[in-house]
Design a protein around this ligand. Structure first.
Ligand SMILES: *[C@@H]1O[C@H](CO)[C@@H](O)[C@H](O)[C@H]1NC(C)=O
Ligand SMILES: *[C@@H]1O[C@H](CO)[C@@H](O)[C@H](O)[C@H]1NC(C)=O
Ligand SMILES: *[C@@H]1O[C@H](CO)[C@@H](O)[C@H](O)[C@H]1NC(C)=O
Ligand SMILES: *[C@@H]1O[C@H](CO)[C@@H](O)[C@H](O)[C@H]1NC(C)=O
Ligand SMILES: *[C@@H]1O[C@H](CO)[C@@H](O)[C@H](O)[C@H]1NC(C)=O
Ligand SMILES: *[C@@H]1O[C@H](CO)[C@@H](O)[C@H](O)[C@H]1NC(C)=O
Ligand SMILES: *[C@@H]1O[C@H](CO)[C@@H](O)[C@H](O)[C@H]1NC(C)=O
Ligand SMILES: *[C@@H]1O[C@H](CO)[C@@H](O)[C@H](O)[C@H]1NC(C)=O
Ligand SMILES: *[C@@H]1O[C@H](CO)[C@@H](O)[C@H](O)[C@H]1NC(C)=O
Ligand SMILES: *[C@@H]1O[C@H](CO)[C@@H](O)[C@H](O)[C@H]1NC(C)=O
Ligand SMILES: *[C@@H]1O[C@H](CO)[C@@H](O)[C@H](O)[C@H]1NC(C)=O
Ligand SMILES: *[C@@H]1O[C@H](CO)[C@@H](O)[C@H](O)[C@H]1NC(C)=O
Length: 849
């Protein structure tokens, strides 16, 4: 009896485990045939469909589910995990129409390129399909949406990441779906041209509308008012302008409202306090002003409140939060609120995330923070904070639990050498911490203590760690402190490092060969220390390195030639490197910045520099640029800001966004012992914006084609032995804002051209044979040969620049560039916050990452 009972129990358990796999029904032959046809028609590099064989029962195939009674295929889930692209080729919609019982079809995150639609007559009706997800097939060409009309039962539709820009009637097509509940159209390149026209009649069943990450430039469309039963309205990351309409207060069912990253202005209407179901409110990154209505404090269901990065003003008081007992996440970054939260205030909530950077909450750490026991994210950077006596002990014991801790740009101080840092990310840069370095637990991934006053040797930090476990540290920035000692040899423990900055300390000694074990390193900066010796060849193991800065040390030996993958920047300035400039430099075909200045380099300037193709292309290679951009976005802020802080980037503020791209390309070979002439090939580097060859022994003439360097903004050839006349083509350099030709042997008349005369005499001084404006020395008669011809070459600067731009970049690129790099480069505060906004919304990338 007991045996039978156990057997039954076993059987029951077994069958419930297999519940989904419908082991008791037979697979329909016709469906199996269709699925095998489908398998035949797609490329499957990851062998996702390997279980789809005739041997195996088709309801058991991966991704396939059958109806447990009829045995017909009812569910096909072939989505791919993010970042792996599984299936490729064409989606043949015949399949969809042949599997009559299919109700669920998910092909998201694959790499399908085209869709084939069978010829269908108007009355064909596939009434079973309820769920369709084709999202994140980024390369899928979708010419039109006429096929939607055959899917009358569709409830969930996700086409995010598929461009629908070729379908002007997109909105109409979606309104034809009578059963729609969720519509996700994020990143579909939609624009608002047709958005405000007419009153599209969406079905009243619609509960979720996601139009985020498109190009809507209109106001919030009035027809949304008809969708009062919506539960989620997601319009983030567009260019929506205008005000928040009062009628939004009538969306009584609304749980999620995301209007972040738009151009909304005006105050938040207090009617939003009527959104009694609201759980998620994100209006960050807009231009909303005024004060926060007290009524927001009535939203008792609210879990996420993100209103940062708006020019709000007014008071945040205890009343602002009266009923927010369910609040889990509060973001008020970069707002001008005045905080009036009493020191005995007991908040009604227990938050997990607090982000209040750039708010005037200082000078003391707000005492209500200590009541929050579940925090896993705290950003109080740039808030004017400092510790009172003994406060720091309380603070450090409070924050040990907080995984992501951002305290940069305050006046926090103290000695934390006995603290064990056990946060996943911790950012202490730009404070006043002192004393020896603390120890890190293996858990730490991001540790930034740049610009403090930490002192002492670096050896214990790296080598006397408290654990035998391997560290997970990926980003370490200890630059601008008072650290000293030799570089340690125990790098094996730190193999996960990706970005390492030890710059501007007093670190001495040689680079140990053991550093070669940091094979994941992408950026290495040891600028401004007292390091010497050769750069060991073992570092060729840095296969991913794209930014190397060893400037301002005492390195000797030849220029290293084995960073063959290096892109972006090679910065060796102010060392004692000797010998010739190796030709291998020219193989760094995607370099943007080459700085070998102030060394002991000999010999000629290589003729092959034009092999650095990024410096040659007059047009910007979009793909290449986006590659940099990607690296840049993924790099920590400290890396990005270092790039910005390169001298070349400084002119930034006065220039418009487009110019910023130009500022990236530069070659600096100044203050060496280079000889020979300026190679003619150099003038083919037409993307170059800054060229410095000064303080060398260069002879000969300036190549007459120098005018080809149309984007040049800064040219320094001073203190050489260059001779001859200044080429007329130089008057073509319409962007030139810095010129130094002083202390050479130039002769003749300075060519006429607004630009060349706009520099003062010091640009030309030390060339006794030179004459003409702006020098006081007048040219004598035979200087006449330099006619006014050059005046005719003057183009309109802007036209010139515009055509350059139009040649190279399409509108798509323009908007990426405007939207991302523009903000990124120059409005740093907004830039930081922008990325935070991005990550809140879309990317699961941490703030610093
Ligand atoms: C389906 O797979 C399960 C194991 O996962 C197996 O036990 C069962 O026999 C299979 N059904 C058929 C009909 O092959
Ligand atoms: C069939 O599956 C549905 C849900 O998918 C379930 O509710 C039902 O009980 C199942 N029927 C049988 C006979 O297993
Ligand atoms: C699509 O599939 C059907 C059968 O399912 C087939 O007849 C047709 O040729 C396929 N079309 C393309 C373009 O592959
Ligand atoms: C349209 O297709 C259906 C079946 O798909 C068929 O029954 C009907 O006859 C077709 N109508 C015309 C006009 O071809
Ligand atoms: C399609 O079928 C559904 C249900 O079977 C029906 O409600 C709808 O009216 C039909 N649509 C068309 C265009 O025939
Ligand atoms: C819709 O696009 C498909 C290809 O994507 C094409 O075959 C079809 O003719 C188009 N239909 C209309 C009405 O433009
Ligand atoms: C559908 O689209 C959204 C964007 O709205 C995306 O985040 C999501 O991962 C997609 N897929 C599913 C299954 O929701
Ligand atoms: C926004 O949409 C574009 C496609 O239009 C996509 O490439 C990009 O990844 C999306 N951005 C986010 C943050 O989802
Ligand atoms: C939508 O815009 C397109 C142009 O992109 C235009 O041809 C079309 O007529 C517009 N549709 C409506 C309904 O206004
Ligand atoms: C939407 O419905 C309204 C009234 O119900 C009607 O006047 C309007 O024409 C409809 N719009 C469309 C595009 O069908
Ligand atoms: C560090 O944090 C983890 C939880 O993330 C915890 O398990 C561990 O005990 C902590 N280590 C120390 C030394 O506090
Ligand atoms: C420069 O490129 C040319 C071909 O474009 C190649 O033949 C030459 O070897 C390259 N020079 C160097 C030094 O890499």
């Amino acid at each position: 009896m007991a045996v039978i009972f156990l057997w039954l129990l076993f059987a029951a358990t077994l069958s419930s485990c297999m519940g989904n796999k419908n082991m008791n029904v037979l697979c329909n032959d016709k469906d199996r045939h269709e699925l095998l046809e489908f398998k035949q028609s797609v490329k499957d590099p990851m062998k996702q469909l390997s279980s789809w064989t005739t041997e195996e029962y088709c309801c058991n195939w991966s991704g396939v589910q059958c109806d447990n009674i009829t045995g017909r295929v009812s569910k096909l889930d072939l989505h791919c995990p993010p970042d792996i692209q599984c299936l490729e080729g064409e989606i043949n919609f015949s399949l969809l129409f042949k599997l009559e019982f299919l109700s669920f079809f998910d092909l998201s995150s694959n790499n399908f390129k085209t869709i084939h639609f069978p010829l269908l007559n108007a009355s064909t009706n596939f009434s079973n399909l309820e769920y369709l997800d084709l999202s994140m097939n980024y390369n899928l060409l979708m010419e039109n949406l006429t096929w939607l009309s055959h899917l009358s039962s569709l409830k969930y539709l996700n086409l995010s990441g598929i461009s629908l820009k070729n379908e002007p009637l997109w909105l109409q097509h979606f309104t034809m779906l009578p059963s729609l509940i969720e519509l996700r159209l994020s990143g579909c390149s939609l624009n608002s041209e047709n958005l405000s026209l007419g009153y599209p009649n969406f079905t009243t069943s619609l509960a979720l509308l996601d139009f985020s990450n498109n190009s809507f430039h209109s106001e919030i469309p009035k027809w949304l008012f008809n969708l009062k039963d919506l539960r989620s309205l997601i319009l983030g990351s567009n260019h929506i302008k205008g005000i928040l309409p009062n009628w939004m207060g009538q969306f009584k069912q609304l749980e999620q409202l995301d209007l972040s990253n738009n151009l909304l202005s005006g105050p938040i209407s207090s009617t939003l306090g009527n959104l009694s179901s609201l759980k998620f409110l994100d209006v960050s990154f807009n231009f909303l002003n005024g004060s926060l209505p007290i009524d927001i404090g009535k939203l008792s269901k609210l879990e996420v409140l993100a209103i940062g990065n708006n020019p709000f003003s007014g008071m945040i008081s205890e009343q602002s939060f009266t009923n927010l007992s369910n609040l889990k996440s509060l973001s008020l970054d970069s707002s001008e609120f005045t905080f009036d939260l009493g020191s005995h205030w007991k908040p009604p909530f227990q938050l997990e995330k607090v982000s209040i950077s750039y708010c005037k909450i200082g000078p003391e750490i707000p005492s209500w923070l200590y009541s929050q026991k579940s925090l896993s994210y705290l950003d109080i950077s740039s808030s004017g904070l400092s510790f009172n006596v003994h406060d720091d002990l309380k603070f450090w014991s409070f924050v040990t639990q907080i995984d992501n801790l951002f305290l940069s740009h305050n006046s926090l101080s103290g000695d934390i050498s006995t603290t064990l840092i056990n946060n996943t990310q911790i950012d202490l840069k730009w404070n006043s911490f002192s004393g020896m370095l603390p120890h890190l637990s293996p858990k730490v991934i991001f540790f930034d203590i740049a610009n403090n006053s930490f002192s002492g040797p670096i050896f214990p930090f790296f080598c006397q760690t408290m654990t035998k476990e391997e560290h997970h540290l990926e980003v370490l920035d200890m630059s601008h402190n008072l650290l000293f000692g030799e570089l340690p040899k125990c790098w094996k423990k730190w193999q996960s490092l990706i970005h390492l900055n030890l710059g501007s300390n007093n670190i001495s000694g040689k680079i140990p060969t053991s550093m070669a074990s940091l094979t994941k390193l992408q950026t290495l900066r040891v600028r401004n220390n007292s390091l010497f010796g050769n750069i060991p060849t073992s570092l060729k193991s840095f296969k991913s390195l794209w930014y190397l800065d060893v400037g301002l040390n005492e390195f000797t030996g030849k220029i290293p030639t084995w960073f063959t993958h290096l892109s972006l920047a090679l910065l060796l300035r102010s060392n004692k490197f000797s010998g010739p400039i190796p030709l291998q430099i020219c193989e760094l075909s995607s370099l943007l910045v080459l700085d070998l200045a102030d060394n002991k380099l000999l010999g000629p300037i290589p003729k092959c520099l034009h092999n650095i193709t990024t410096m040659v292309t007059n047009t910007v290679d979009e793909g290449l640029f986006l590659t940099y951009f990607h690296k840049w976005v993924l790099a920590p802020i400290s890396v990005r800001s270092d790039l910005e802080d390169l001298p070349l980037f400084m002119k930034g503020q006065e220039l418009n966004y487009w110019h910023s791209l130009k500022l990236l390309h530069s070659v600096d070979l100044s203050s060496n012992h280079l000889s020979g002439s300026i190679p003619l090939e150099l003038v083919t580097l037409s993307a170059l914006q800054s060229l410095n060859l000064s303080h060398n022994h260069l002879k000969g003439e300036i190549p007459s084609g120098i005018g080809n360097l149309k984007l040049l903004e800064s040219l320094d050839l001073s203190s050489n032995q260059l001779s001859g006349e200044i080429p007329q083509s130089m008057s073509n350099l319409s962007f030139l804002s810095f010129l130094n030709l002083s202390y050479n042997h130039f002769n003749g008349k300075i060519p006429l051209g607004t630009q060349l005369q706009s520099f003062d005499g010091s640009s030309y001084i030390g060339n006794p044979q030179l004459c003409g404006a702006p020098l006081p020395k007048k040219c004598i008669q035979n200087g006449k040969s330099h006619s006014l011809k050059s005046m005719e070459h003057r183009d309109d600067d802007d036209d010139d620049w515009l055509s350059w731009f139009e040649m190279g970049m399409g509108i798509g690129f323009a908007s990426v560039f405007w939207g991302l790099l523009g903000i990124l480069l120059f409005v740093r505060r907004w830039r930081d916050a922008y990325f935070q906004g991005l990550d809140n919304l879309f990317l699961k990338v941490q703030r610093i990452w």
